[in-house]
Design a protein around this ligand. Structure first.
Ligand SMILES: O=C(O)CCC(=O)C(=O)O
Ligand SMILES: [Fe+2]
Length: 437
């Protein structure tokens, strides 16, 4: 198992310029670049007494030291002010003599105390927490010190948890990630992109936009070839390259801040993929599948005090908003259009694409393509019966070349199909309009 390299000074600057050029494909820790940040002085105490004292947000609580994966939907969620969370997290440290206040908070958490549980305000958008502060709190950090172009708006996220708080192994679909550790220490296990050896068990359940989870909890980075480990210390910035898996655990109370830096070309394709995943995860839902008769039956059973059958639809993370099919279709349409535009810009062929709403039949057509169905059927059978089941030869009869590269065959002799010709025409239309981004 390899340790993540720490670089500082000139070597650090070289790493930053490689990151900017998209040429660094290994995680690295940048040391000594954020000493000038106002946020560098943050402690749980200074935040809970200062800028965040009255700010209330949702904290999630999980059992400490669990050997099993703690999925977000296994956690207990509770809205608390940072002042109250801080008080809870300091139990036994002699910070407060106000035992009645602490008891009240612990009771509101169903008796969960800091000895047995961790609590975590994770993935909080700066602009939601630091309303009323200069630049919505962005003035506390300065990502330009690690090479980020801050001429446009840069989004930062805030993570504050008590010792033991953890993030299930996952990768983030968009951009590369810079993580500044401001207080306390966190242990990061990092694994290379993909899943060549079938060791990662990727899943979109629980569903959360842009997070691909692993169904596994890893004990060490050595469990996967190419795995790396680092304990991130205050003042250090971790670079997580695009698509790298990570599992994170706070070794003490911890505050960190991160920013995902866009990578326009891959991100635009990821957005289309995310659009499809959302469509399936949020609309193929038992509640939606139920017929009116079944609904009436359930209501009658409930009224007669009969036990409710367990709902098989708890895979949507509490942090996700279910918006409905029409919204999801529009989001997919926007993603498709942006994907086209970004690729045209890259190839120097200009002209943005007119936003054309994707039709449901197009999605059904894509998802029921024999190649896609074959892959889905394999996955379903494997997930359900385990790896010992005999499946047809892995080699698919739906060759990548024939299908994905079918462009060559279909466009032979400069003759394009109707749909493409229509979209070329649409591009030159002066009335191109785009709904909300
Ligand atoms: O610090 C954590 O708990 C997780 C952070 C993370 O997943 C990220 O920055 O992408
Ligand atoms: Fe992440």
């Amino acid at each position: 198992m390899a340790a993540v390299r720490r670089v500082e000074g000139e070597e650090g600057k070289e790493a930053i310029s490689l990151i900017k050029d998209g040429k660094l494909d290994r995680p690295v820790v940048l040391v000594g670049f954020i000493e000038g940040w106002p946020a560098r002085k943050w402690t749980p105490f200074s935040l809970a007494q200062g800028p965040l004292a009255e700010v209330t947000t949702s904290f999630r609580f999980g059992a400490r030291g669990s050997q099993e994966v703690t999925r977000e939907n296994d956690c207990f969620f509770k809205s608390l002010s940072f002042r109250d969370f801080f008080l809870w997290s300091q139990e036994g440290n002699g910070v407060s003599k106000d035992n009645a206040a602490l008891d009240k908070i612990t009771r509101s958490l169903g008796g969960r105390s800091k000895g047995a549980y961790w609590g975590y305000a994770d993935y909080k958008r700066f602009h939601e927490l630091f309303r009323g502060f200069p630049q919505n709190g962005e003035s506390f950090v300065d990502w330009s010190s690690v090479g980020v172009d801050t001429t446009g708006y840069v989004h930062s996220n805030f993570w504050y948890g008590s010792a033991g708080s953890e993030a299930q192994c996952h990768y983030d679909t968009y951009g590369y990630n810079l993580v500044a550790q401001l207080y306390g220490e966190k242990r990061w296990l990092l694994f290379p992109p993909g899943d060549r050896k079938g060791l990662m068990r990727p899943t979109r359940i629980p569903y959360e936009e842009s997070s691909v989870f692993s169904d596994l909890k890893f004990k060490s980075a050595g469990e996967v070839p190419g795995g790396m480990e680092v304990v991130l210390k205050p003042g250090e910035v971790l670079y997580v390259p695009h698509y790298w898996w990570h599992q994170v655990e706070a070794l003490s109370d911890s505050i960190s801040v991160n920013s995902w830096v866009d990578l326009p070309v891959p991100d635009s394709f990821e957005r289309v993929k995310e659009g499809i995943v959302r469509l399936v995860a949020c609309n193929l839902h038992t509640k939606r599948l139920r017929t009116t008769d079944e609904m009436a039956m359930r209501t009658s059973k409930k009224n007669h005090g009969e036990e409710e059958e367990e709902e098989d639809n708890d895979w949507i993370n509490p942090t996700e908003e279910v918006r409905g099919l029409a919204w999801d279709m529009e989001a997919l349409s926007v993603a498709m259009s942006d994907c086209h535009t970004v690729r045209r810009e890259k190839s120097g062929r200009g002209a943005p694409r007119l936003l054309e709403l994707i039709k449901l039949h197009q999605v059904v057509k894509a998802l029921t393509h024999p190649r896609v169905v074959e892959a889905a059927a394999r996955q379903l059978i494997l997930d359900h019966f385990g790896p010992d089941i005999d499946l047809p030869e892995v080699e698919s009869s739906w060759g990548e070349e024939a299908e994905l590269g079918g462009k060559a065959a279909r466009y032979e002799g400069g003759k394009e199909d109707g749909a493409s010709a229509a979209c070329e025409a649409a591009e030159s239309s002066p009335s191109a309009k785009r709904p909300r981004a």
